[in-house]
Design a protein around this ligand. Sequence first.
Ligand code: SF4
Length: 93
Amino acid sequence: MAVAGSAAVLAAPRARAQTLLDEKDPQAAALGYVADAKRVDTKKYPKFAAGQHCGNCALFQGKATDKAGGCPLFGAKQVAGAGWCSAWAKKAG
Ligand code: SF4
């Protein structure tokens, strides 16, 4: 059971369509997600600091250098490594 379970988990990223999150997606818009952190609306999100992006967010599921990766806030959709949203959290360590 446990073995079959982990195989399914490993196979999931391939089987799943690697859809990139659209900035116009209601959930994305609600969190102020942009695919390029250079376009963050700093008036609306004054807590944004230069250097923050999905690739160095604690919630990002890919490697820091990945162009895109999963984010638990957006389900099966991938976020851009260079993106940002208002839920950005500093990676521990
Ligand atoms: S929570 Fe982090 S990884 Fe997810 S979209 Fe926001 S900044 Fe990117």
